[in-house]
Design a binder for this molecule. Structure first.
Ligand SMILES: [Zn+2]
Length: 243
């Protein structure tokens, strides 16, 4: 799968890797594949969660049979915190817009979540074919780049062990296989061309720690992308970037 360069975006998340609260294997913090189940997402009835909080593979969450219950709790939380949301597909999905973080949270009744910055939807829309007679794809792949760890953290140990300390990049399929997590992703095909790399940020003032970045694709229905754009436009407004 080839992902256009212009779809690349930045997402910051430093809470991983951590054991999945269901299978105890590592979650890598991949957008659309993993999620953080926080106790405060649930209002009063937390009994169904059976103490399972923290990082999880969304696949494990779905297989546990708790996905819909968690989705309901998370949705209620997001509705309270970010009351500007729109329902899509008969309410099966919701888009919550967070102006302070310039990001959105996608929620699905099936128990699927993802957090994305505005610009990933912005760029995706700009590239949608619109010529006469051009068939419109029903799904699109977007590329996300997330910071999943820092120098001195647990990712460094994992990375160094897998690469022998000689390489700055490891392919995601290899990483997932080495960590025995390959069967814990929802959509392996979108990770096929992804990777994790060690990057030392450039700074003119102070030395910054090395970062571990994951870069991979996320697949969306075009209808969902358009609904996200409409929600953002209605909430904060943004103009199409000139190219
Ligand atoms: Zn798991």
């Amino acid at each position: 799968m080839t992902v256009p360069d212009h779809d690349r975006v930045e997402v910051r998340d430093g809470a991983v890797p951590a054991p999945c609260c269901f299978c105890r294997r590592l979650t890598l913090g991949l957008v659309g594949q993993d999620f953080y189940l926080a106790p405060y997402f649930l209002d009063t009835d937390r009994s169904f969660a059976d103490g399972r909080y923290g990082q999880c593979h969304l696949k494990c969450l779905q297989e546990s049979g708790l996905g819909r219950r968690w989705a309901s709790g998370v949705s209620d939380y997001f509705c309270r915190r970010w009351p500007d949301w729109i329902g899509i597909d008969g309410g099966a999905s919701r888009v919550h817009v967070s102006p302070p973080t310039r990001g959105i949270i996608l929620w699905s009744a099936q128990g699927w979540f993802a957090e994305l910055p505005f610009n990933v939807l912005h760029d995706a829309a700009a590239d949608t074919p619109s010529g006469a007679g051009t068939p419109r794809p029903s799904r699109r792949t977007l590329s996300v780049s997330s910071i999943i760890g820092f120098e001195g953290g647990p990712y460094e140990t994992i990375f160094a062990a897998l690469t022998g300390g000689h390489h700055s990049r490891i392919e995601l399929p290899t990483l997932l296989a080495q960590l025995n997590c390959a069967d814990r992703v929802l959509t392996p095909h979108v990770l096929r061309d992804g990777w994790v790399e060690r990057v030392v940020p450039e700074s003119r003032k102070i030395p910054l720690p090395a970062e571990y970045r994951a870069r991979h694709a996320v697949e969306f229905d075009v209808e969902l992308i358009n609904a996200c754009r409409a929600a953002i436009r209605r909430t904060v407004g943004w103009r199409r970037r000139r190219r």
